[in-house]
Design a protein around this ligand. Structure first.
Ligand SMILES: Cc1cc2nc3c(=O)[nH]c(=O)nc-3n(C[C@H](O)[C@H](O)[C@H](O)COP(=O)(O)OP(=O)(O)OC[C@H]3O[C@@H](n4cnc5c(N)ncnc54)[C@H](O)[C@@H]3O)c2cc1C
Length: 414
């Protein structure tokens, strides 16, 4: 394919803007299409971690064992809307079937290998968009309240290590020394010393977008309804009745990607794990780095504008109503760990794009070589956006992908 051919990217979250920049770096003319401000969706409210150590999917054997307790406890990081789950039973069954140890071992291996490429995809974009100052390199930490929590996580931590994560163990004194702002005591911890976090994920996507526009990028502020296939390209139909023609289209609309017709969407079991954050303005000095109370299912992250407590998983579909149980859980847990005001300054809900096997789709669709997929990054979209963009640009440019993308093929769902 010649340079200066046109590529449309649907969705201007962190994954779409990363694809757009990588495509521009390869010389393509790129149009980004999104009805909302770039990066204002799920990509804005996450826990900010570049979690290149986090190869274990949420649907793992330990979750399966704890499932009944988690589902029915009043104090739980997991909530399931039973009505929604029952009406999406095939997805739930597939999600749970991937909790089997052999499946988790395979998924962790695949994710682990991709995660090792995180910085190959991310760093050139930070450089290109002049955003290096938004990355803090203080590491990330997991903490465990009891010896039992730590023992429960031992097998998973070994899998992390086997798949390339580098970390050291901490005792309670070392945790206190590194993070004196944590008021409650934790007996054990892990320090992922080489990990990093983004000080503001919304600002990062905005900078990517500004860089995109400076490099002749075209932005169309519209919702895409459908993709039509033409002889040598695609016609992208918009909400306002207009259309965009392009030689290739990359679908990067996160959890909403399946709503775009004509893209082979029917056979893709994409759903959402809803997640929440609460944020305390000006309280970021309580921490030096993101700290995850692993068993409690959340991160506390120091950002440029405050302390963010982010996490929980809610299976309840795409409606916009926030569940107070999830928000109150984060508020309670945050207060257990830190001296925080009674109410946060911000409460937020986002939609993780999740396939039952916790792997994204990266590559050509099965309907047409002109349609490419870049979505389904579940808990790791901020981390994996850069490498996803790089792989997509290589594919569009007819290069051999620099990483094996076979495990991310949509063919696995046939
Ligand atoms: C609480 C929480 C904590 C998280 N923590 C982390 C973390 O620490 N580290 C990490 O790596 N990941 C984390 N994640 C996951 C990460 O945030 C997501 O995987 C990532 O944001 C997905 O990015 P995206 O660009 O695919 O989707 P989105 O950010 O959802 O962007 C999709 C875009 O597509 C647009 N769109 C939708 N439909 C259409 C359409 N029809 N036409 C045109 N545009 C459309 C939307 O408007 C949106 O702008 C977390 C997620 C949550 C919820």
């Amino acid at each position: 394919m010649n340079k200066n051919k046109s590529v449309a990217v649907v969705g201007a979250g962190i994954v779409g803007t990363s694809c757009a920049l990588w495509l521009q770096k390869k010389g393509f003319l790129v149009t980004l299409i999104d009805p909302d401000s770039p990066g204002s969706g799920t990509s804005s409210g996450n826990a900010c971690t570049i979690a290149d150590y986090a190869c274990i999917p949420v649907n793992s054997p330990s979750i399966f064992k704890r499932l009944p307790g988690l589902m029915f406890a009043s104090d739980s990081p997991l909530t399931v809307d039973t009505k929604y789950a029952l009406s999406h039973l095939p997805w739930m069954m597939r999600f749970l079937s991937n909790c089997r140890p052999s499946r988790v071992a395979r998924i962790s291996r695949i994710l682990g290998k991709l995660l090792l490429k995180t910085h190959e995809g991310l760093d050139p974009l930070l450089e290109f968009s002049d955003s290096k100052h938004l990355l803090s390199q203080q590491g990330c930490m997991y903490v465990y309240k009891t010896e039992r929590e730590f023992e429960n996580a031992r097998a998973a931590n070994q899998v992390r290590r086997d798949n390339g994560a580098i970390f050291s163990e901490l005792d309670s004194g070392e945790i206190r020394e590194l993070e004196p702002g944590i008021k409650s005591s934790f007996v054990k911890g892990l320090l992922f010393e080489q990990a990093s976090h983004v000080l503001n994920p919304q600002s990062l996507t905005t900078r990517y977008f500004d860089c995109f526009q400076k490099n002749r990028g075209r932005y169309v502020k519209q919702r895409v309804q459908a993709v039509l296939h033409e002889n040598d390209g695609v016609k992208i139909l918009l909400d306002d009745g207009e259309s965009v023609d392009a030689d290739r289209v990359v679908i990067a609309a996160g959890a909403f990607s399946r709503q775009i017709r004509g893209t082979g969407e029917h056979h893709l079991p994409l759903d959402t794990e809803r997640g929440y954050h609460v944020q305390y303005a000006g309280m970021q000095s309580l921490l030096n780095r993101p700290v995850s109370w692993n068993e409690a299912g959340f991160y506390a992250t120091p950002m440029d504008e405050g302390l963010r407590i982010a996490g929980t998983v809610e299976i309840a579909g795409f409606h916009e109503t926030k569940n107070p149980a999830n928000l109150n859980y984060l508020i309670r847990k945050g207060q257990e760990m830190f001296d925080l005001p009674e109410r946060p300054d911000q409460e937020w809900l986002g939609f993780r794009p999740t396939f039952p096997d916790a792997l994204p789709v990266i590559g050509h669709s099965l309907v047409s070589e002109y349609v490419l997929y870049a979505f389904g990054h579940q808990h790791l979209g901020l981390t994996l956006a850069g490498i996803t963009g790089k792989l997509i640009a290589e594919l569009v440019n007819h290069e051999e992908p620099s990483h094996n993308i076979n495990p991310f093929s949509p063919r696995r769902f046939l």
